[in-house]
Ligand binder design. Structure first.
Ligand code: GDP
Ligand code: MN
Length: 377
């Protein structure tokens, strides 16, 4: 789970890393009010869960309340790499002397935590590594021991960090490491970490928490901001369905992960992309089938659906009854293949149902089904 900048900054600040004064706004009026409180000279920062906002126009400076209001009007509703701006973090403008980088991330290759420091910042870390290889340093931290002081010194020296910042950077790195461990994060990052006349400030903040550890951090789970795809996956999760949203147009429902994957492969083979992965599980009941269909139909990209069920524990007639209920008012083409346990009974129910519905198609094999769904979608 990725936190918004303003949320990450709250946490960083609570642990002693300095950030600029700021407040979150969800309307132009609020931006005006906050800008006034902060003295007029502010930076408007769109809160979207994507990097590179600066380059995409998602960060704007304003030198007066009026200018802040004007810029906020332009910024709300803006689409940054597919994310709509609905929240703006308004911060007092800071006077930047130098931009730097500090970050920690899980490093699978070394089975440790990579601590990275650079005396250059404000651009992607990958970019820094290419354009300023002499100003970036990395050490691997063994989580068993934690971040040693000698490792911090190595980072400071190898990144050519100006001596005047050593003390503060040391303290910031230690704090970031504490945050990383405490919140079970995958990534903590300050880019840029900026030098101002009052010391070092985190001008941006990133904190990604390991989803598998979220249950231990209930207070963070409440901060979660769902994108549309997340929303659908969350609904599926709550209902115990195994669903992953994808960006194609053919909805896929199958029982068993292997069946779902094979069905998706066939959709690709016939030249289209699946809209989702959907495994309704071994013992899928009529109820589950109905939930699955509802979820798929709420995806506006779906042009046709291929339901591919192999009855084992799941009986085809049970699935068929669920389909009859679920497909009542579905208008887009739906292709159905039922095979396995109680196949005959299941198919009979479906054929009866499909008689006066021209959008329902019963097929015998997976290949026929995929081909048909692709041709209809
Ligand atoms: P990102 O592009 O999504 O990583 O957003 P950042 O928060 O890192 O902002 C991008 C750039 O905007 C930074 O590298 C800074 O140069 C600039 N910036 C961000 N916040 C401030 C600020 O408070 N004051 C000033 N002067 N510049 C800022
Ligand atoms: Mn940044």
């Amino acid at each position: 789970m990725r936190l918004h900048e303003y949320q990450a900054k709250q946490i960083f600040s609570k642990h002693g890393i300095r950030v600029a004064r700021g407040k979150l706004a969800t309307s132009v009026e609020e931006v005006g009010k906050i800008a006034e409180e902060l003295g007029g000279k502010v930076v408007l920062k769109s809160q979207v869960l994507i990097g590179g906002r600066g380059k995409a126009g998602g960060i704007k400076k304003a030198y007066s309340v009026e200018e802040a209001v004007e810029k906020a009007k332009q910024m709300f509703g803006m689409v940054i790499k597919g994310h709509v701006v609905e929240k703006i973090y308004v911060e007092e403008m800071i006077d930047i002397r130098q931009e730097m980088y500090a970050g920690l991330t899980i490093d699978r290759a070394s089975k440790g935590i990579a601590a990275i420091l650079s005396s250059v910042g404000g651009m992607d870390i990958e970019e820094i590594a290419v354009s300023h290889p002499g100003k970036i340093a990395k050490v691997t931290v063994n989580p068993k021991w934690g971040l040693w002081d000698y490792q911090i010194r190595e980072l400071l020296l190898n990144s050519e960090m100006p001596r005047e910042y050593w003390r503060e950077v040391t303290s910031i790195l230690k704090t970031l490491y504490r945050i990383m461990v405490h919140y079970e994060a995958e990534l903590v990052e300050i880019n840029p970490l900026v030098a101002t006349s009052e010391g070092l400030i985190a001008a941006d903040a990133r904190l990604n928490i390991d989803d598998s550890a979220l249950f231990r951090h209930k207070e963070l789970e409440e901060l979660r901001d769902y994108t549309e795809a997340d929303q659908m996956e969350r609904i599926a999760m709550e209902k115990g369905l195994n669903y992953v949203k994808l960006d194609g147009s053919i909805g896929v429902v199958a029982n068993g992960a292997g069946m779902a994957m094979a069905t998706m492969d066939l959709i690709y083979l016939y030249g289209r992309k699946p809209a989702n992965f959907f495994d309704i599980g071994g013992g899928a009941s009529a109820e589950v089938v109905r939930e699955a269909m509802n979820l798929i139909m709420s995806d506006k990209n779906v042009k046709a659906v291929f339901i591919n069920i192999f009855g084992g524990i799941t009986r085809c007639d049970e699935v068929a009854m669920g389909l009859v209920e679920a497909l009542g008012d579905v208008e887009i083409p739906v292709v159905i293949r039922l095979a396995g346990t109680n196949e005959e009974e299941g198919r009979k129910i479906m054929e009866e149902f499909a008689k006066d519905r021209r959008n329902i198609h019963i097929v015998e094999t997976m290949e026929d089904g995929a081909e048909k769904a692709v041709s209809l979608g």
